[in-house]
Write a protein of this length. Structure first.
Length: 267
C-alpha cells in the first residue's frame, strides 16, 4: 500500500510537469513536508531552476491545467490537447491505482481551497474516458485490419499530404519495405508542424523518423501509424567529393589557373 501511495505521488508530479509543457523545465517541485501517517501526505512547492524565473506563475498554470483537465475527464468531457501519449499513460496509471490500490486521492492545489478528490468510481469513469478517446484516434473499419499495436519508430521518406477520416495525415515510404504508409498526425504534432502544405512541399523526398503507435495487420505488415513525433533526419556533413568539380580550372594546374585569374604570377 505504501508503495502504491508513493508511486501515486510520483505520477502526479510527473503529470504536473507534462501539463506545464516547455515551461516545466524551468521549475522543480521541492518537497517541504511528508507525513507517513495514514493517509500518506506530501506537500511540495515550486522553485525556479535558474534565477529570474517566476516559478509561482508557472506552477499556477500547471496546477490549473491539471485541475481543469481532471475535472473534465471525470465528467466524460474531451481530453485536453496537452495530454499526449506519455501524459495519458501516466494519467491512466494514476487513475487505475485509485480503483485497486490507493482507493482515494485528495489533491489540494491552493491553501484553503477545496481539494480535487478522486475516488474509485470517478477514477474508473475517467480511465474509461481516456481509453475511449485513444480508440477514437485510429478509426478501425472493416477494410483495414489492425491486429497488433506497438510503440516505436520507422525511418521513411516523406511523400505527400493526405487525410484519414478527417484527420490530418501524411504518406511516407518506409525504408525497408518500400511500402507507402499513412501517418495520422495527433493534434499536437499537426499544431507543431503548422501549415502542413508548406511543410510537405519543403521536405518532400527527405528522410524522416516517424515515432508513435504502429498498427500492424495479421500478416505482420505495418498498416498505419498514429504519429506523435516526426523528425527530419540530418543528412550529415557535406563531403568534399560531393561538391568538388574536377573540371573547374579547365584543365589548368592550380598555379596556372590563379595566374590567369589574377593576371599576375604567384609564388
Amino acid at each position: 500500500m505504501v508503495g502504491d501511495a508513493m508511486r501515486q505521488i510520483l505520477d502526479f508530479f510527473e503529470l504536473l510537469n507534462l501539463a506545464g509543457g516547455s515551461e516545466a523545465e524551468l521549475i522543480a517541485w521541492e518537497v517541504i513536508s511528508v507525513s507517513m501517517n495514514s493517509p500518506l501526505t506530501v506537500t511540495a512547492r515550486a522553485v525556479p531552476k535558474v534565477a529570474g524565473i517566476d516559478a509561482v506563475a508557472i506552477a499556477r498554470r500547471e496546477k490549473n491545467n491539471i485541475a481543469y483537465s481532471f475535472s473534465n475527464i471525470i465528467k466524460g468531457e474531451r481530453i485536453p490537447n496537452w495530454m499526449n501519449d506519455d501524459a495519458r499513460e501516466k494519467a491512466k496509471s494514476f487513475l487505475k491505482r485509485n480503483t485497486n490500490g490507493v482507493g482515494r486521492t485528495d489533491i489540494v492545489f491552493y491553501e484553503n481551497a477545496r481539494p480535487l478528490i478522486v475516488k474509485p468510481r470517478a477514477a474508473k469513469q475517467a480511465f474509461q474516458n481516456i481509453e475511449r478517446y485513444e480508440r477514437s484516434l485510429i478509426p478501425v473499419v472493416h477494410e483495414v485490419d489492425l491486429s497488433r499495436v506497438e510503440y516505436g519508430s520507422i525511418e521513411a521518406k516523406l511523400n505527400s499530404l493526405t487525410s484519414w477520416y478527417g484527420k490530418p495525415a501524411i504518406v511516407v515510404k518506409e525504408r525497408l519495405s518500400k511500402r507507402d504508409i499513412t501517418c495520422v498526425l495527433r493534434p499536437e504534432v499537426a499544431h507543431e508542424i503548422g501549415k502542413l502544405h508548406s511543410w510537405v512541399e519543403i521536405w518532400v523526398g527527405k528522410r524522416v523518423m516517424v515515432s508513435g503507435r504502429l498498427n500492424f495487420q495479421k500478416d505482420g505488415r505495418l498498416q498505419l501509424i498514429s504519429a506523435d513525433h516526426i523528425e527530419i533526419i540530418d543528412q550529415g556533413p557535406i563531403k568534399f567529393e560531393d561538391i568538388a568539380d574536377p573540371n573547374f580550372t579547365g584543365g589548368l594546374g592550380v598555379r596556372d589557373y590563379l595566374n590567369q585569374l589574377w593576371g599576375e604570377d604567384i609564388d
